[in-house]
Design a protein around this ligand. Structure first.
Ligand code: GLN
Length: 565
C-alpha cells in the first residue's frame, strides 16, 4: 500500500512539480530551413548565461529515427556525441560550444523517441484501453519529455529549438505540445516564442520583402502561437521601415523585431543580438532576475577578435570520405576556429576526398598545406587513400593529426611501413587479415553477437609523463568522448612502440590505446577519442591546437613566438 502511494505521489509530482518556476523559450523557424535557428537559440542561451541565468537547451527533431547514430553524415552532417554516449543532432554541438554546457541524450527529442515511448506504454496497457492518438497522447509525451529534461537540468530557463519549418506536417505535434506547455506554465511570464524567418532582398533597388515573414507568422498563429520575438535573417541589416511593417502585421513589439544579417563568423551572432537588446527584452518579458553582467561577453569579444583579425594563416588538409558536405566535419572545423583564435591564426580548411590519393600525386594535392587531419569514418571506402596521405605526412615531416579512424589509419601505416608488418590491417576493412593490428576488443565483441557494439561517450585516458600529449593537455589525464568499435590490438603494441609509435595515452587499466605520438617527427599525433566534441571557444581541443601550432611553426619557422604550452 505504502509503495503504491509513494509511486502515485511520485507520478503526480513528476507531472506537476516541475511546472513550478519553469521558464521556456521556444525557437521556431519559418520560410526556409537552414536559417541558423540553432545559432540563434545558442546565442540567446549564451547571452542569458552571460547575465548569470542558468540555461539549458533541448533540440526537438521531427524525424522518425530514434537518434542521429544511424544517420548518414552525407545527408545530415556530423553525428555529435555527448558525455553519456548519446549520438545526437549536430545542433547540440552548437549549444554546448556557445553555452559551455554538458548535455545528455535526453536533450535531443525525436519523433522516433516519442512514438517508441508511447507505443511501449500502449503495449503495457498503460492507457487503460483508451484509443491512443496523436492528440493528446503523443503531445502529452512530448510535453513530459521536455519538462523532465528541463527539471533534471536545474536550469532557470530552458531553450527548446523546434526543428523543421513551421507549416511542415511532421512538426505539427511539436508545435501543439509547445503551445499547450506555454499555457500550462503561464503564457505571459514563463513562456516565450521566438520565430526565425527570412527577409529576402528583391530587385535592383534592393527592397526588403516582409511578406514571407508575414505568411510564416500566420502559419504559426494558425497553430495557436503568437510569437513574442521575430529574428529576421537577411543579407544586410533590415531597415526601420521593414521592422515597423513586421511589428504591425505580425503583432510583435518593434523592439522585438530583430535583425540578423549575415555575420562574418557564427560567433559574432550573440554580439549582433546583444547590440539590439535581445537579452534585456527577454529578461524583462520573462521577469527574470538580472544578475551582474559577467565577464563572459568581454572574453567572447576577445575570442571573436582573434577570429576576425588573425595575424597569420595556415591551411589544413582534411582528408576524409564525407568531404562534399562540410557539416560532416562541423566539430573539427569549430575546433580549428577555437584553436586559431587563441593563436591569432586563421585556419583555412582544404577538404580532399581520400580516394584522390590513389590516383593523384600527394605532393600536388597537398601543395600549400601546412598540416593534415584525418578525421573519423566508417566502412572500407577511401581507406587506402588515407594511408597514402598519412605516409606522406610521416615521410615529409608534415604536421599530422589522426582522429578515431585517423588513429587507426596512422597505426596501420606505421605497422606496414615502419614495423615491417606488410599485411597489417583492420578487421573492419579486411576481416581475414593475417595481421589484425586493429580489431574489435573482446569485451565489445561480447556485448552483442552482431559484430560488436560501439564504445560510446566519455572515458578517461591516462597520459604518460613527459609526452607531447601531457604537455598539450597540461596534465596526466584527459576525459574525452568516444565513438568506435575497433581499436589497437594489444598483441602488436610492443612492436609498434619499438619503432617509435608511442602510445602516450591509454585507458586507465592500460588495455586500450588512446593516443599515439611518433618519435622524431615534428608533430605526428593521433587519438582514438574525439577531442573535437569537447572543444570550446575559450578552451580549444588541445590536439587541434597542437596541430595548428605545429603548422604555424612549419610555415613561419620556430621564431614566431608561439610556445608549446
Ligand atoms: N570505423 C572505426 C571504428 O568503428 C572508426 C570510428 C570513427 O572514426 N568514429 O572503430
Amino acid at each position: 500500500m505504502l509503495v503504491f502511494m509513494l509511486t502515485f505521489i511520485y507520478i503526480i509530482a513528476d507531472r506537476i512539480i516541475p511546472l513550478i518556476h519553469m521558464k521556456f523559450i521556444f525557437v521556431s523557424g519559418g520560410v526556409i530551413s537552414g536559417l541558423g535557428k540553432g545559432i540563434t537559440a545558442s546565442s540567446i542561451g549564451f547571452l542569458l548565461k552571460s547575465r548569470g541565468i542558468k540555461v539549458t537547451s533541448i533540440k526537438v527533431d521531427p524525424y522518425l529515427n530514434i537518434d542521429a547514430g544511424t544517420m548518414n553524415p552525407y545527408e545530415h552532417g556530423e553525428v555529435y556525441v555527448l558525455d553519456d554516449g548519446g549520438e545526437v543532432d549536430l545542433d547540440l554541438g552548437n549549444y554546448e560550444r556557445f553555452m559551455d554546457l554538458k548535455l545528455g541524450r535526453d536533450n535531443n527529442i525525436t519523433t522516433g523517441k516519442v512514438y517508441r515511448s508511447v507505443i511501449e506504454k500502449e503495449r503495457k496497457g498503460e492507457y487503460l484501453g483508451k484509443t491512443v492518438q496523436i492528440v493528446p497522447h503523443i503531445t502529452n509525451e512530448i510535453k513530459e519529455m521536455i519538462v523532465r529534461t528541463a527539471r533534471n537540468s536545474d536550469a532557470d530557463v530552458t531553450i527548446v529549438e523546434l526543428g523543421g519549418t513551421v507549416g511542415d506536417m511532421e512538426s505539427m505535434p511539436f508545435l501543439e505540445a509547445a503551445r499547450q506547455l506555454g499555457r500550462d506554465i503561464g503564457r505571459e511570464e514563463n513562456a516565450m516564442f521566438v520565430h526565425c524567418t527570412l527577409v529576402p532582398i528583391m530587385g535592383s533597388v534592393g527592397e526588403e520583402k516582409t511578406k514571407p515573414t508575414q505568411h510564416s507568422v500566420r502559419d504559426l498563429m494558425n497553430a495557436g502561437i503568437r510569437p513574442d520575438m521575430i529574428v529576421c535573417r537577411c543579407r544586410e541589416g533590415i531597415n526601420d521601415q521593414a521592422k515597423g511593417k513586421i511589428s504591425m502585421f505580425c503583432d510583435v513589439d518593434k523592439d522585438a523585431v530583430i535583425s540578423c544579417p549575415d555575420a562574418r563568423s557564427i560567433y559574432e551572432v550573440p554580439i549582433i543580438l546583444d547590440r539590439q537588446g535581445v537579452a534585456d527584452y527577454i529578461i524583462k518579458h520573462m521577469g527574470l532576475k538580472l544578475m551582474a553582467k559577467d565577464p563572459a561577453i568581454e572574453q567572447w569579444n576577445v575570442f571573436l577578435d582573434g577570429i576576425l583579425s588573425p595575424e597569420r594563416t595556415v591551411e589544413i588538409a582534411v582528408v576524409g570520405k564525407y568531404t562534399t558536405l562540410s557539416d560532416s566535419y562541423m566539430s573539427h572545423i569549430e575546433s580549428f576556429v577555437h584553436a586559431g583564435s587563441g593563436l591569432r591564426c586563421g585556419v583555412k580548411i582544404r577538404f580532399i576526398d581520400s580516394d584522390r590519393f590513389m590516383s593523384e600525386d600527394p605532393e600536388h594535392l597537398l601543395e600549400g598545406c601546412d598540416g593534415i587531419l584525418i578525421p573519423g569514418g566508417f566502412g572500407t571506402r577511401g581507406i587506402e587513400g588515407m594511408i597514402v596521405a598519412a605516409r606522406f605526412a610521416r615521410e615529409h615531416d608534415i604536421p599530422f593529426l589522426g582522429i578515431c579512424l585517423g588513429f587507426q589509419i596512422a597505426t596501420i601505416e606505421i605497422a606496414r611501413d615502419v614495423a615491417g608488418i606488410a599485411k597489417a590491417d583492420s578487421t573492419e576493412f579486411s576481416p581475414d587479415t593475417p595481421d589484425p593490428v586493429i580489431c574489435i576488443m573482446p569485451e565489445q565483441r561480447n556485448i552483442t553477437g552482431m559484430g560488436g557494439t560501439m564504445r560510446l561517450g566519455r572515458f578517461r585516458t591516462a597520459i604518460s609523463e613527459g609526452s607531447k600529449a601531457c604537455s598539450l593537455y597540461g596534465g596526466r589525464v584527459c576525459d574525452e568522448r568516444h565513438r568506435h568499435r575497433y581499436e589497437v590490438n594489444q598483441d602488436y603494441v610492443q612492436r609498434l612502440e619499438k619503432c617509435g609509435w608511442r602510445f602516450s595515452g591509454r585507458s586507465e587499466d592500460g588495455r586500450r590505446m588512446e593516443i599515439g605520438e611518433l618519435e622524431g617527427h615534428p608533430f605526428f599525433m593521433a587519438a582514438q577519442f574525439h577531442p573535437e566534441f569537447n572543444s570550446r571557444p575559450l578552451s580549444p581541443s588541445p590536439l587541434h591546437r597542437g596541430l595548428v601550432m605545429a603548422a604555424i611553426k612549419k610555415k613561419y619557422g620556430a621564431g614566431d613566438g608561439i610556445s608549446e604550452d
